[in-house]
Design a protein around this ligand. Structure first.
Ligand SMILES: Nc1ncnc2c1ncn2[C@@H]1O[C@H](COP(=O)(O)OP(=O)(O)OP(=O)(O)O)[C@@H](O)[C@H]1O
Length: 320
């Protein structure tokens, strides 16, 4: 296999993909340097999984070019498959096998020499904090443990690029943080390139060197999280209401970034300076609405998403 040491880990140019009349990707360009974490961010149905399926040779694009570590996805699919690992929302883990057996099976499938299989399994179990659970059937694992085992299994084949499709969807905050640590360590210690898709702005912000925002089949922004946040400038203000009717009424009169029905909170754009806060409170006063609590935030990716897409439908997704 030819190695392309100086090629970007992932490069895509003018990628189009439709299902019937439904345009899912409408000319997407990507460039991910080796040894970095890249996050493709977007709400449900934005086309993130489709992009991963295209780059990992699972489906074909209608047009456009894609290369992984210098290998053309269309013309050299075997070389691409040898360079990548994919972990998805539907893990490859067999619940009836123990963690160790799952890893040994994967080592077998990757044709590792017999004496290396066990060493590889033990090493991965330790790095992924699964040593204590190594002998237990995977069906007894928590969601976070399963995701870690799935990622460990992907690494048996020593991929240079790992696609992580929504790696922490459905995990509790602690498991999410453990997963983030594992992902970061793989990049820092081994130079693996991570291409992750996520709906969670916080995840992209914490993990990624570069973030791209996918909206209606197009990239609406691309850059380091800090740069995107700078583009937005102002932060936001969170307002909490005690009364559901007042919460609803406020949501109707204000320019709302996002809303949380259960907490009765609204996020509205604003720097939090005295003048703009006074204007905001005056508007609520005139409508006879009482705010229970007010918090001021510096810009985060949530604000970036709102400013870039300005699309209220995008705001209803479970972004956090
Ligand atoms: N095989 C298919 N046939 C028809 N439509 C499809 C197919 N696969 C995906 N789609 C459509 O393409 C759009 C993008 O789907 P995709 O799964 O890529 O989105 P996503 O951003 O990964 O969303 P999620 O966060 O929910 O996984 C959706 O509207 C989906 O219904």
């Amino acid at each position: 296999m030819t190695t392309h040491l100086h090629s970007p880990a992932v490069a895509a140019t003018a990628v189009h993909k439709s299902y019937g009349d439904h345009v899912v990707l409408d000319g997407v360009d990507l460039d991910v340097p080796s040894g970095t974490v890249f996050a493709l961010l977007g709400p449900n149905g934005a086309g993130k999984t489709t992009m991963v399926q295209l780059l990992s040779t699972l489906i074909r694009a209608d047009s456009g070019q894609m290369r992984i570590c210098g290998h053309d996805v269309d013309r050299e699919p075997d070389a691409v498959r040898a360079a990548i690992g994919v972990t998805g929302q539907f893990a490859a883990v067999d619940g009836f096998l123990t963690g160790e057996e799952n890893l040994m099976l994967m080592a077998d499938l990757n044709r590792l020499p017999r004496r290396e299989r066990w060493r590889c399994a033990v090493d991965l179990l330790e790095r992924f904090e699964l040593t204590d659970a190594a002998g237990m059937p995977a069906v007894t694992y928590s969601g976070g443990m399963r995701r870690r085992l799935d990622l460990a299994m992907t690494l048996v084949g020593k991929p240079r690029v790992v696609f992580l499709d929504e790696p922490t969807t459905g995990l509790d905050p602690r498991s999410r943080r453990t997963m983030w640590d594992v992902i970061r360590r793989l990049v820092t210690d081994e130079g693996v390139t991570m291409f992750l898709t996520t709906q969670y702005l916080e995840e992209a912000d914490r993990l990624a060197d570069r973030v791209a925002v996918l909206h209606r089949g197009r990239l609406v922004a691309e850059g380091p999280p800090e740069e995107l946040k700078r583009q937005v400038g102002d932060g936001h203000v969170t307002l909490r209401f005690a009364d559901p009717d007042e919460y609803d009424a406020a949501a109707r009169i204000l320019d709302v970034i996002s809303r949380d029905e259960s907490a009765l909170t609204l996020k509205v754009p604003g720097r939090g300076d005295v003048g703009s806060l006074r204007r905001l409170l005056d508007r609520l006063d005139h409508a006879a609405l009482t705010v229970d609590e007010l918090r001021i935030h510096t810009p985060d990716l949530d604000d970036v998403f709102f400013v870039l897409t300005g699309d209220p439908t995008a705001r209803q997704e479970p972004i956090r």
